[in-house]
Ligand binder design. Structure first.
Ligand SMILES: *[C@@H]1O[C@H](CO)[C@@H](O)[C@H](O)[C@H]1NC(C)=O
Ligand SMILES: *[C@@H]1O[C@H](CO)[C@@H](O)[C@H](O)[C@H]1NC(C)=O
Ligand SMILES: *[C@@H]1O[C@H](CO)[C@@H](O)[C@H](O)[C@H]1NC(C)=O
Ligand SMILES: *[C@@H]1O[C@H](CO)[C@@H](O)[C@H](O)[C@H]1NC(C)=O
Ligand SMILES: *[C@@H]1O[C@H](CO)[C@@H](O)[C@H](O)[C@H]1NC(C)=O
Ligand SMILES: *[C@@H]1O[C@H](CO)[C@@H](O)[C@H](O)[C@H]1NC(C)=O
Ligand SMILES: CC(=O)N[C@H]1CO[C@H](CO)[C@@H](O)[C@@H]1O
Length: 174
């Protein structure tokens, strides 16, 4: 229950540094596997922000992140101070990823572009086995702490695809 409230308020805070003015929902980078190739899309989470009337957050913008299933809190060692490169991999689950500290750069072996998520940012990963041959590469800063929060039954949150590229590139293109 605590995590649920945490996720609600956390989600309203950030979009990997994107400028959301003119939109009434969160724009979030989502890793997708299409035709066996991992790439990034910019998703607008549906439905969008609502104004809270819940005691403790009255007047705040809140966004439903949906249910999550067996979320985990992950600490990357910082023994040697070097970024942690997990190599090419498929997403373990279709899930939210919340970067609490540190940050990550995500790139793709077969698609252009990529994206960076800083501390406090978030993204979605859905390129599970069977959707993408090579997957993606995530390089996390040493000592990063993040949460992986799988979607129940692997069904991603409702969304609209805003662009077939990262949210940041979408803004830069305007
Ligand atoms: C966000 O984008 C809008 C419209 O492009 C612009 O007016 C505004 O200054 C931007 N805000 C920030 C914080 O970059
Ligand atoms: C994806 O890869 C699988 C396994 O190699 C193959 O059977 C399938 O035809 C591929 N699909 C596409 C759209 O390339
Ligand atoms: C919040 O809004 C809902 C839906 O409009 C309403 O049912 C509920 O009573 C409200 N709660 C408070 C504390 O005002
Ligand atoms: C991510 O990329 C940026 C820009 O190239 C770089 O400054 C940063 O150190 C990278 N972070 C990691 C964890 O590799
Ligand atoms: C997604 O939208 C559909 C249709 O509006 C709805 O039935 C479903 O409950 C929504 N899923 C989530 C996780 O909100
Ligand atoms: C993304 O690409 C698909 C084709 O792969 C296209 O149908 C769709 O309109 C594109 N979406 C956007 C928002 O550009
Ligand atoms: C500024 C911005 O990215 N606006 C987007 C808001 O969402 C609509 C779709 O609902 C997009 O068409 C806009 O580009």
């Amino acid at each position: 229950m605590l995590l649920y409230y945490f996720l609600l308020s956390f989600g309203a805070l950030v979009c990997g540094g994107s400028n959301q003015s003119g939109n009434k929902s969160l724009l979030v980078n989502a890793i997708v596997g299409k035709n066996n190739i991992s790439m990034v899309e910019c998703w607008k989470v549906e439905p969008g922000y609502q104004v809270s009337n819940v005691s403790g957050t009255v007047g705040d913008k809140v966004l439903q992140l949906g249910n999550v299933d067996n979320a985990v809190y992950i600490i990357i060692p910082d023994d040697d101070g070097k970024p942690n490169n997990g190599g090419l991999h498929n997403g373990a689950h279709a899930q939210w990823v919340f970067a609490l500290t540190g940050g990550v750069n995500v790139t793709f072996p077969d698609a252009p572009g990529g994206f960076t998520v800083s501390a406090g940012g978030l993204f979605i990963s859905t390129d599970v086995l069977g959707t993408s041959t090579l997957g993606h590469q995530s390089i996390w800063a040493a000592g990063s702490i993040f949460i992986q929060a799988p979607f129940p039954d692997g069904v991603a949150i409702n969304h609209t695809v805003i662009a077939n590229q990262s949210c940041e590139e979408n803004y830069l293109a305007k």
